[in-house]
Design a protein around this ligand. Structure first.
Ligand code: B12
Ligand code: SF4
Ligand code: SF4
Length: 381
C-alpha cells in the first residue's frame, strides 16, 4: 500500500465515511465563487468577501506546497420537529459538527504524524466550514461527490446529508501519487429542489442567492428578516432542509441519529424559545449549532415561526414579546407574527401600534409600518 492509501485508511478508521485527497491549489469553482460574490449572493457574510483572495487561492495557508485531505461525515437523520411545531435543520439537531469534525481531524493529524506517514509535523491545520476554503469544490476534486443543482455536493450513498472537513498536509500532492475516483452520478433532468425551494433561492442550477435562502436568514442574518420572505419561512426556526429533503439521492442515506444525538434544548417549544432569558442562553445551547444566531436571532425566528403555528398560547407570548422584549428586533418580529396570524382579532392593532411607538427610528419601524398597513384594519380607538 502506498502512503496515500495508508493515509486514507487511517482517515476511514477515524470515523470519516468519505475520504480523498486534493492539491492545495485554486479550486476549479473559484470563478463561480467570485461571480456569486459580485452578484451580491453572499448577502452580509462579509467574512467571505474579506477572504475572497485566500479562498480563490488557498496556497498561502501552507508554507510548503500542500495537499488537502478532504473528509465527509454522514449525518442523515429523521426530520426534527419542535414540540408544538417549528422545525430545525436536521444537521443542527444534535452535536455541533464543527466541534466533532474538528476534534476528529486533529486526532487524525496526530495519528498521521505518529505513524510516520509524513515527515514529522506535516499533518497540520484541521478545517471545517469556517475555513477560507471553497470546500465543495475541493471535495469534488478529491472525488467525494458531484456538484448539484441545489448547490450541495451529493454522494450516491449519502445524498446531500454529509458534512465536509479538511486536514492540511504539508506535502506536495504529486508526491502522494494518488488518483481520485469520483462517484458516478448527476442531477440529470431532475429539478425537484428548484421547484420545492419555498423562496426561489436557487436562482439558477447550482446558484443559491443567500439573501433569499431561509438557511441564511435564520442562521446568519443578524438583523430583521425581510418582510417579503417571512410568510414563506413555513415554520423553519433554524436552517432549512427543503432542497435536501426532496433530493432523490438522499432517500437511502444511512440513519446516523445515534451518532449525533439530540440536544436537550430541542425539548423547548417556540413559545419558550421566544421568551428565552438572555442570561441563560449560552448555558442552554452549549454544544449546539443553535447558538449561532444568538439569543435575539433565535427569539426572532421563533416569533416568525409562531405565525405558521398559531395558538392561543403563542398569541399571548407574541403579545408579551411585542410589548416587552428587550430587543427591538424581537419586538418587531413578534408584532409581525401577531398581525400575520391574528390580524383580524380584537386588540392586535393596538399591540402593533404600541410596538411601533416603542421602536427606535430606522428600518424596524419602516418594516412594521408596512405590516400595519397591509395586515391590520383600523384600530378600535
Ligand atoms: C456560505 C455558506 C452557506 C450560505 C450560502 C450557501 C451557498 N449555496 O453558497 C448559506 C447560509 C445560505 C448556507 C446554507 C446551507 N449550507 Co452552507 N456553507 C456555506 C460555506 C461556509 C461557504 C459556501 C460558499 O462559499 N458558497 C459560495 C458558492 C459559489 O460556493 P459553493 O456553494 O460551495 O459552490 C458549489 C456549487 O454552488 C457549485 N456550483 C456553482 N455554480 C454552479 C453551476 C452549476 C451548473 C452546477 C451544477 C454547480 C454549480 O459549484 C461549487 C462547488 O461544488 C460552506 C463551507 C465552506 N467553507 O465552503 C458551507 C456548506 C456549503 N454548507 C453546508 C450545509 C450543510 C448547508 C445547508 C444544507 C444547511 C441547512 N440545512 O440549513 C444549507 C444548504 C443551502 C444550499 N442549497 O446551498 C455544507 C454542505 C455539505 C454538502 N454536502 O454539500 C458546507 C460544505 C459546510 C460543511 N463543512 O459541511 N451555507
Ligand atoms: S435551504 Fe431552503 S431556502 Fe435555501 S435553497 Fe434550500 S430549499 Fe431554498
Ligand atoms: S433534487 Fe434533483 S436537481 Fe436538486 S440536487 Fe437533488 S437530484 Fe439534483
Amino acid at each position: 500500500m502506498n502512503t496515500a492509501a495508508l493515509i486514507l485508511e487511517l482517515a476511514h478508521g477515524a470515523g470519516f465515511d468519505l475520504v480523498g485527497l486534493a492539491p492545495l491549489a485554486p479550486p476549479p469553482d473559484a470563478g463561480r465563487f467570485e461571480a456569486w460574490l459580485d452578484a451580491g449572493h453572499g448577502a452580509d457574510m462579509d467574512w467571505l468577501e474579506k477572504n475572497r483572495a485566500r479562498i480563490c487561492d488557498p496556497r498561502g495557508l501552507s508554507e510548503a506546497p500542500g495537499t488537502l485531505l478532504v473528509v465527509g461525515m454522514g449525518h442523515s437523520r429523521p426530520a426534527s420537529e419542535l414540540p408544538g411545531g417549528g422545525r430545525v435543520a436536521r444537521y443542527a439537531a444534535g452535536r455541533d459538527y464543527h466541534n466533532r469534525l474538528g476534534k476528529a481531524l486533529k486526532r487524525l493529524g496526530k495519528a498521521l504524524n505518529r505513524e510516520g506517514l509524513l515527515d514529522p509535523g506535516r499533518a497540520g491545520r484541521a478545517m471545517t466550514d469556517a475555513a477560507p476554503l471553497l470546500e465543495r469544490s475541493h471535495a469534488e476534486v478529491a472525488g467525494l461527490g458531484f456538484a448539484s443543482k441545489a448547490g450541495n455536493l451529493l454522494h450516491p450513498a449519502h445524498g446531500p446529508w454529509f458534512f465536509l472537513g479538511e486536514l492540511l498536509l504539508e506535502v506536495p500532492f504529486e508526491r502522494l501519487d494518488w488518483v481520485p475516483s469520483p462517484p458516478a452520478g448527476s442531477c440529470g433532468t431532475c429539478t425537484a429542489c428548484l421547484d420545492a425551494c419555498p423562496t426561489q433561492a436557487i436562482v439558477a442550477p447550482g446558484q443559491v442567492d443567500a439573501r433569499l435562502c431561509i438557511s441564511y436568514q435564520t442562521i446568519e442574518n443578524r438583523g430583521p428578516i425581510p418582510n417579503a420572505l417571512r410568510a414563506k419561512l413555513g415554520g423553519w426556526t433554524f436552517g432549512c432542509d427543503v432542497c435536501s429533503e426532496v433530493c432523490p439521492w438522499g432517500s437511502k442515506a444511512p440513519d446516523r441519529s445515534a451518532d449525533w444525538g439530540r440536544h436537550e434544548g430541542l425539548e423547548l417549544g417556540l413559545v419558550e424559545l421566544l421568551g428565552q432569558d438572555p442570561a441563560s442562553f449560552g448555558e442552554v445551547w452549549r454544544g449546539s449549532p443553535l447558538q449561532r444566531p444568538k439569543r435575539d436571532g433565535l427569539a426572532r425566528n421563533a416569533a416568525l415561526a409562531l405565525a405558521a403555528h398559531p395558538s392561543e398560547r403563542g398569541q399571548q407570548a407574541l403579545t408579551e414579546a411585542a410589548l416587552g422584549d428587550a430587543s427591538p428586533m424581537v419586538r418587531e418580529a413578534a408584532a409581525w407574527a401577531l398581525a400575520e396570524a391574528h390580524g383580524d382579532e380584537p386588540g392586535t392593532g393596538e399591540v402593533v401600534d404600541a410596538t411601533l411607538a416603542g421602536l427606535p427610528q430606522g428600518p424596524l419601524g419602516a418594516l412594521l409600518r408596512e405590516t400595519r398597513a397591509r395586515l391590520v384594519g383600523p384600530t378600535s380607538r
